[in-house]
Design a protein around this ligand. Sequence first.
Ligand SMILES: Cc1cc2nc3c(=O)[nH]c(=O)nc-3n(C[C@H](O)[C@H](O)[C@H](O)COP(=O)(O)OP(=O)(O)OC[C@H]3O[C@@H](n4cnc5c(N)ncnc54)[C@H](O)[C@@H]3O)c2cc1C
Length: 493
Amino acid sequence: MALQSDLHKERVERRVKEQLPRLDPVALDELGMTQAECEDLERKLRGYIVLPGMPDYPAAAAPHAAPRWPAFPQLIAFCETPSDVRICLALAREKALWAVPRSGRHSLANYSTCSGMIIDVSLMNGISVDPIELTARVGAGANFGLLNAVLDGYGLHVPGGTCADVGVAGFMQGGGYGLTSRRFGINSDCVLAVTMMLADGTIVVADAERERDLWWAVRGGTGNQFGILLDITFKLVELPSVWSFELRWTVEDAPAALDAIQRGYMRDADNADVGYLVVMATIDSEPCLLMLGLYSGDPADGMRALRPLMDVGKPTFRDDTGTYNTLNDAVLAVLPGPGLPTTMEAKRSGYIATPVGVEGWKTLVDYFATTPNPYNIMVLEPYGAAPTAYPRGDSAFIHREVDCDFFVDSFWDPTWPDCDEETALTWLAGFFGVVQPFLNGEMYQNYPVRDLPDYREQYWGDAFPELLRIKQHYDPAGFFHFEQSITPPPPPS
Ligand SMILES: Cc1cc2nc3c(=O)[nH]c(=O)nc-3n(C[C@H](O)[C@H](O)[C@H](O)COP(=O)(O)OP(=O)(O)OC[C@H]3O[C@@H](n4cnc5c(N)ncnc54)[C@H](O)[C@@H]3O)c2cc1C
């Protein structure tokens, strides 16, 4: 019987023979590597490499959706072990290749791709749960579909996002908001420790005791700043079941409902168990307001908590009971999605930190009704409760004293006659003109906007000088870099 190691060797040799027979000379030239060097790299890795011209290159290079900023990496390395990552980092240093890490591919600004090498960690997705200590050590390549499915088996939970394909690595490093965050916190607030490989291949473990400044910085400082995250240890909570609910108002009732939600269910810690999103969407050709949520307590208490909202206008109501893993997906299934591989998305966000009032909400609802396609959505992610209670200075995630994150998704597609890129972006800019008076100037770093001159201030505010010090300590040569790196601000012009 063949041993595991023999099987691996056989697989590698087959791959070298079948996949790397004659690499494109132009691609090799651009990469600065020979055919023999590529074959040698393939043999050294537990994972594998993909280069331009190989049949699986298009799929290996693609972000999660049609890219707004396409890039053509010269080498994609699918790493399976920390040694693979170290080999890739050494190669990038030797060949002076621009290298970026990639996990779930969901960067909204396509920051996990580049013209050099992608160090993909998606195969490093092992998860081990300690149900006694209530912790989980999660490989940086895991996504929330996998993590939630594993935790579901134990009745345990850590707040995650609304999309199963989002990677834990990118999500956590930018904060990470989900339907249970009001009760259990921003995802990065639940991190006990991280394991990270620095540019020189050193592995560091950072937690509240060791490398505390790195632990502080990684939780909100965003991905690709300090090193390559290998795994995250989360503190878990017990959550065997949740109660999901949907309240739906007509567009006429929407301003009063939004006002009632802002007054009673955002900063208010009394309703901390009510986790939810508020969405203006177009359903059955009609704009409407939805409150889509998960209650992490007894359903009867949940009904009582929502009672005041039932008297605002005439909402329709649906509910269900189940596990977080099933209902987190199901409660959002009502939202329309373009579902086309060619559709582009522009997202913009800002934090609301003052009362908007019924009149103010009406201006936003009225603006939403001018949407140039039926897929655009306006969303509120409410804070207060646990996100606000977490001490502001204890991590690099600064957005604490706010009512909610406000974001708008604006889509366009080449097959839509009435909504091209210019229409979609103009509509989005117009929306932010209307909401501007209510925003506090901060922006959620997990929804990055490329052309943002003051991203340092908007993502990190007064945490930035400390982040810069930590960046310069752990990555003094600026090996990890992209368009929104932690670098000294440019001198005033
Ligand atoms: C459809 C969709 C739904 C979303 N839903 C939510 C939501 O509900 N809540 C929320 O808060 N956010 C949400 N987001 C935003 C999401 O949190 C960010 O886009 C996040 O950065 C994605 O992480 P990723 O690992 O999937 O992405 P990637 O594109 O792989 O990585 C994102 C960034 O992290 C870096 N990175 C990746 N892996 C590593 C690593 N191992 N070490 C160091 N750096 C690394 C990359 O270089 C890149 O800069 C959503 C985004 C999309 C597209």
